[in-house]
Design a protein around this ligand. Sequence first.
Ligand code: TRP
Length: 335
Amino acid sequence: MKKKLSVILAITLLVSAALAAAGCGSQDAYESTAKGNAVKKIGIVQIVEHPSLNTIRESIIKELEAGGYKDGKNVEIDYQNAQNDMTNLKTIVQKFTRNKDDLIIAIATPSAQAAMNETDEIPIIFSACTDPVDTGIVPNLDKPGGNVTGTSDAVSAEKIMQLAEQLTPGIKTVGALYSLSEANSVSVIEDLKAYAKEKGMAVIDATVTTTADVQQAVNSLVGKVDAIFSPIDNTVASAMPVVAEASREAGIPVYVGADSMVKDGGLATYGVNYETLGQETAKMAVEVLEGKNPGDMPVKLMSDVNIYVNSDTAEQLGIDIPEDILSKATVFTDD
Ligand code: TRP
């Protein structure tokens, strides 16, 4: 009996020694064999609260879970919102780097710019950056190099203006409503201006710094323009209900860069599906968590592009949406 016990004890000791050597026996051994942190740490930074960015974030978290990374289980997600304040943005990404996160997911251009200024070691997956090359986030789309890659919601100002001319023909002057501090918007406005020049249209700028300027900017265009164009601008998107009310009252059609801006009262856009974009962002994040190098992964552009119209805005402006457009469009109403 005694002998038997000592044999069992010896076996137990042997097995536990073997387990420890294989990295399964103790927490320390586990941590040193796993790549990075045992429980992966992901910092998600979002520039501001607006419906489109919220959709993107929710879609990312859902798809991470589908890819096997569930918050509170095998991954720790720290989500922070900068409330459109650049100082907050910097503080947030500094916290992520100090915390030695395994991955940073940066939603929108200002977040991506802040994250890449803070670290060239932690992988950064950006989400919904309109023009990552012109805004200096990556040197090229195919092989970004470095620690940064992600998804782009690039839209064509030309395609949106072609839709504008179908819905409200005869636009001679267009108001450009955007934030000068958002490089993502400036890049689209440059395209708008090139298109307008080619077509002999005039463009009047109405720029904003914060959401508090939006009402005044729209007012400054009343009586001077046949239509307003607002790109995928985070500041304008955050104040879209104000834009909708002022422009509907003034009888000016507003063409925008994103579906949520149509849902919030803009007239129409030709834009990407942000739920799909969030899913694609998460898939890239999973690949990086599993060891892939961001620099080797091309930036993903969205092919899921659709027409979105707001039929209540159209009705208030007295615009008939042609049947061939309606049949292809996603239609929003006020609710
Ligand atoms: N494309 C924007 C950027 O580069 C972010 C964004 C995504 C956005 N969806 C939007 C902005 C909808 C306004 C409206 O920062």
